[in-house]
Design a protein around this ligand. Sequence first.
Ligand code: ATP
Length: 385
Amino acid sequence: MIPDARGLPRASPHPVSKRMHMSPSTTDPRSAKAVVELKGVVKRFASFTALRQMDLTIREGEFFTMLGASGCGKTTTLRLIAGFELPTEGQILIAGQDVSDVPAHLRPVHTVFQNYALFPHLSVLDNVAFPLKVHRVAKPERMERARAALDLVQMGNFADRRPSQLSGGQQQRVALARALVNEPRVLLLDEPLGALDLKLRKEMQAELKAMQRRLGITFIFVTHDQEEALTMSDRIALMKGGEIIQLDTPSGLYDRPASAYVADFIGETNMVPARILSSDAQGTMVEAMGGQLRVAGSFDQPAGTEVKLAFRPERVGEAVSETDNSVEGRLADIEFIGTDLRMTHHMADGSRIVLRRQNSGLAVPDLGEIRKLSFRPKDLRIFGL
Ligand code: ATP
C-alpha cells in the first residue's frame, strides 16, 4: 500500500490482473491488525438516536457481518464507514487514520448496494472500468483491469452487454467486479444478495465467501438474514436499537448466546419457564417442564428465582437410561422437513418444546407416546426474566 496525498493508504497502482490472482491470504483474521475502528460513535438524526456509543474494531482480512432486525442501525453504521454520513460524536479510523474529514470517494473503501446501481447506458466493461476513469487511470490499463475484474466474477463473456440484458445475479456480479476493480482495502456490502432468489442467493454466498478468502480484502457485510450471517462470517455484530448486543463468532453466537434476545434471534430456540432450586460451582439445579434438570455453570441468583431456560431443538436427546438428565413429555406432532424431523412435545407444566433429529430412517415413535427427553447440562442456558 502506498499513501495518498492525505497519508491514507490506498490501493496499489498495479493492474488488477497482476494482483487479483495472488495466492490466498495466509493471515489469520483473528490476529490481524485493525483496519476499521469506531470509537465512541454516536449518530443522531434530529432528536432520534440511530447509533448509541459504538466501539468496534474490524480486522484486516476479516469477513465481518452486521446483523439485526430492520431499523437497528446496520446501514447507518455502514454509511458512516463509507463516509455517506458523518458521526454526531466519536471517531472513525481506517488503517489507523481518522477519516472524519475525508470525503466518501477518497476513502479506501467501496460500497456494493442491493440495487446494484449500474449505469444503464454503459456496457458491462465500461461500468466496471468507470471507477478507474474517475481516478484517471489510462485507457489501456483501465480496460485490462476491468477485464480481469470481470473474469474474477466469471462475467468475462458478458463484457459487451448492457446491464438490462443481464439477470439479477449477473448484475450483482458486475457490481462486485466494479467494486473490486479499484482494489479497495475494505468492501462494504449492504444486503447485496437481498434481491436474488433463494437458490442464486446460496450460490452467491459461497462465491462471495470464496472470493473474500482468495483476495484477503476485508468485507463488512450487512444482512438481516441470520442464516446468511452464520454461513459467511468470521465474526458477527448482532445489533438491536442502535447498539451491538453481542459481538462473536458464528458458533459463539449460536452456542453461547449472551441473552434471551440473542438465543431467540439466532436459529430456533426452545424457551421455557424455570425456577432455580440451587446453584454452586458444580452447576445449577432448576425446576422446569414438570421435572428437575441440571444446568452447567453457576447462576448468581437465590433459590426460588424465576428464570427462562433455553435450549436448541437439535440438542434435545431421546433418553436411554434413568441416570439421564431428563424430563417427560408427550409427543404431539411430527413434522417432516426432508433431512430432519421436528417433533413437538407437550410437557407437564404446559410448555411445548421441539426436538429435532435427523431423518435417518430409524423408527418414528407414535403420536401421544410419553417420552423421556434428556439434556446435557452444557446445552441448557439460563436467562433472567
Ligand atoms: P434495514 O434492515 O431496514 O435496512 P437498518 O438496521 O439498516 O434497517 P438503518 O437504516 O441503519 O437500519 O436505520 C436505523 C434507524 O435510523 C431507523 O430507525 C431509521 O428510520 C433511522 N434513520 C436512518 N437514516 C435516517 C435519516 N437520514 N433520517 C432520519 N432517520 C434515519
